[in-house]
Design a protein around this ligand. Structure first.
Ligand SMILES: Cc1cc2nc3c(=O)[nH]c(=O)nc-3n(C[C@H](O)[C@H](O)[C@H](O)COP(=O)(O)OP(=O)(O)OC[C@H]3O[C@@H](n4cnc5c(N)ncnc54)[C@H](O)[C@@H]3O)c2cc1C
Ligand code: SF4
Length: 328
């Protein structure tokens, strides 16, 4: 496998990046760490003739307890003990992404916008050609759910569920200016499954903002994967909240990724728990309700029925560990 030639651009400010994106509309990809994009390019998936590298845009880097720049590398967050202690759910998720080598290059923005995955898609050009390609790249039909309208590839980023559970916001810049909105509203739940976010064409992720109320929340991220040292999630469950050991719940948020085309948060199930004590019975009922709602399809290594049944286990496990005990 080889990389086809492309033209590399290296702007030095957010404004210059956005202006270049307008000029190259539809003919470029942003390049951060490249750990997701370049392997896909090597497999000749959705190639563009131009890449806009983000490494020289200083505003996109750095992190504090309130803000993470889009090009901040996962390894930089992992090395900051105060940061990890402030956000246990994020600490879990960062440590579960790929391998230390990948985390040394992979960025937070790239992780939020990581390409969705499917075993009919993450294949060489020749492999895909032998099947007549598929809707997501070069073809017009889906092999997983046979039809021609929607792709069901799986969202496989680890950070999104954790950031959603923390109530984080994403700041983006585009030709219409800057805007900021919850990470929970970044992904397109009702779309075609190919254009995976609600970003406008060419919009650049500038940073992630963590609200002060999310600091010090109890939390856990539990990830199901085939090889624990390496693999993408087959399921990821993030919980974050505030409650006393035997006291009422002040806040609780739960998000699931790695199971469907987009990660999602289940506020309709956790909001009613505010003011209640988090008993084993309530946790079991919550886990059962989340399991009812999550619907994986057969496009990753593990069978959908198994992944779905593991939702129940991982929700109970995540909450139990956030409480400091064993799953009830
Ligand atoms: C062997 C291997 C294992 C992996 N395992 C995991 C895993 O377990 N969990 C996981 O979450 N990921 C995994 N990944 C995927 C990837 O390494 C990480 O998600 C990483 O954080 C992606 O960041 P990046 O900077 O390399 O993204 P890139 O590859 O540079 O970009 C990814 C996508 O985001 C877009 N993009 C990047 N930055 C911006 C921005 N600021 N604004 C707008 N668009 C942007 C790019 O155009 C591209 O479409 C794995 C990758 C490999 C190679
Ligand atoms: S879910 Fe269907 S359209 Fe999407 S990548 Fe897989 S085979 Fe292609």
């Amino acid at each position: 496998m080889h990389l086809d030639p492309f033209e590399l651009h290296r702007p030095e400010s957010v404004d210059a990046t956005v202006a270049l994106a307008s000029e190259l509309a539809g003919r470029f990809d942003y390049l951060a760490g490249g750990t997701d994009l370049l392997p896909n390019y090597k497999m000749h998936i959705n190639l563009r003739p131009h890449l806009i590298a983000l490494d020289r845009v200083s505003e996109l880097g750095g992190h504090s307890l309130e803000r993470i720049g889009a090009t901040e590398r996962l390894a930089d967050l992992e090395a900051d003990e105060a940061f990890l202690a402030a956000y246990p759910v994020l600490a879990d998720a960062i440590g579960e992404v790929a391998t230390p080598l990948v985390r040394a290059s992979g960025t937070v923005g790239g992780n939020l916008l990581v390409e969705t995955r499917c075993f009919f898609f993450n294949q060489s050009y020749f492999w895909r050609a032998s099947l007549g390609f598929c809707l997501k790249a070069d073809g017009d039909k889906c092999h997983v759910v046979p039809q021609k309208e929607r792709c069901y590839a799986t969202f496989s980023g680890d950070l999104a569920p954790a950031l959603m559970a923390l109530g984080a916001e994403v700041e983006v810049a585009g030709s219409a200016g800057r805007r900021r909105f919850p990470v929970a509203q970044l992904y397109d739940a009702g779309g075609d499954g190919i254009h995976r976010t609600l970003l406008a064409p060419g919009e650049l992720v500038v940073a992630v903002h963590l609200p002060p109320s999310s600091r010090g929340l109890r939390g856990r991220y539990k990830k199901l994967r085939v090889r624990p040292s390496y693999d993408f999630p087959e399921l990821g469950v993030a919980v974050a909240g505030r409650w006393e050991d035997e006291g009422p719940v002040e806040s609780l948020r739960l998000a699931v990724g790695g199971a469907e085309t987009y990660p999602r948060r289940f506020d309709e199930l956790t909001d009613p728990l505010a003011g209640a004590t988090l008993t084993d019975d309530r946790v079991r009922a919550l886990a059962a309700e989340v399991t009812q709602r999550v619907r994986p399809v057969h496009n990753t290594f593990l069978l959908p029925d198994y992944r779905r049944r593991m939702v129940d286990v991982y929700v109970r496990r995540a909450i139990a560990e956030a409480r400091g005990g064993r799953a009830g």
